[in-house]
Ligand binder design. Structure first.
Ligand code: ATP
Length: 241
């Protein structure tokens, strides 16, 4: 089910705060404008009117299944595949939740979980894709951003939404039956930092190492001087070293 609104503070917040009834469908909320789009840890997602596709999808996963691992990576694969199907070259994924074109960020993903509390647990997957940013678009503290218009004729928002939803639908089905291990290869083959030196910035600490991909839970594997370290998503950001 798809609902479109002119304006919304954050499509993720709207679905998290007021989840639609469980009718077995994936529910999508699309906003023409988001006045308070969010990223991780209180960061903001910037969108310019008519310049981006911003929507969230609420997906209920089977009751009793463990907290789904690697969901933001699965959403990244869906966006990457959708862009590739539109013949956009150079699409890569940055752990845990960014989509890049030639190293610049073209899309962001924010996954939030709604615990079951007697109902079916659910995940809200927010996706923002830059279609054609205004020439003066700037994001404080962030240099490497891009849009689809810089990489050829951008698709219409409807076409792009259709592609991303079709990919999400397929990937969720695989994920529900076989989990992230079945999709790990699809993520690894698009890893922007494969075998490259990176640093992981956490609160008050930084770990350096070579990016060795992700494990079956979607955790980042970092080859450090002290051995292989497993980094769980959350309070950390990956940066080129
Ligand atoms: P990054 O590594 O890009 O700083 P992150 O993954 O650590 O991001 P997120 O919460 O995923 O952080 O994304 C929010 C960040 O994305 C913002 O702090 C801003 O730097 C960047 N950002 C916000 N809006 C856009 C946009 N429209 N296009 C590209 N990047 C954006």
């Amino acid at each position: 089910a798809i609902r479109a609104v002119d304006e919304c503070a954050s499509t993720n917040s709207a679905l998290v705060d007021h989840p639609p009834a469980d009718d077995g469908r994936i529910h999508v909320l699309l906003a023409e404008r988001q006045s308070a789009g969010r990223g991780r840890r209180g960061r903001s997602w910037m969108a310019w009117p008519g310049a981006s596709l911003t929507f969230s999808a609420l997906w209920r996963f089977p009751t009793g299944s463990p907290v789904p691992a690697g969901l933001s990576l699965v959403a990244g694969i869906a966006v990457a595949r959708a862009l590739e199907s539109l013949a956009i070259p150079g699409v890569q994924l940055k752990w845990p939740n960014d989509v890049l074109i030639n190293g610049d960020k073209v899309a962001g993903i924010l996954v939030e979980l709604i615990p079951g509390r007697g109902r079916t647990p659910a995940a809200v997957i927010g996706i923002g894709i830059n279609l054609g940013l205004p020439p003066d678009a700037a994001i404080p503290g962030h240099n490497g951003i891009t849009d689809l218009a810089s990489h050829g004729q951008p698709p219409s928002r409807d076409a792009l939404l259709g592609r991303v939803l079709a990919e999400l639908h397929d990937l969720f089905a695989t994920y529900a039956s076989a989990g992230f291990p079945a999709l790990r290869g699809a993520w690894m083959q698009r890893n922007a930092f494969a075998d490259l030196p990176v640093r992981i910035e956490g609160e008050g600490s930084t770990v350096h190492g070579r990016c060795a991909g992700v494990d079956d839970d979607g955790a980042l594997l970092l080859d450090t001087s002290g051995g292989l370290q497993r980094i769980l998503s959350g309070e950390v950001s990956l940066r080129a070293a």
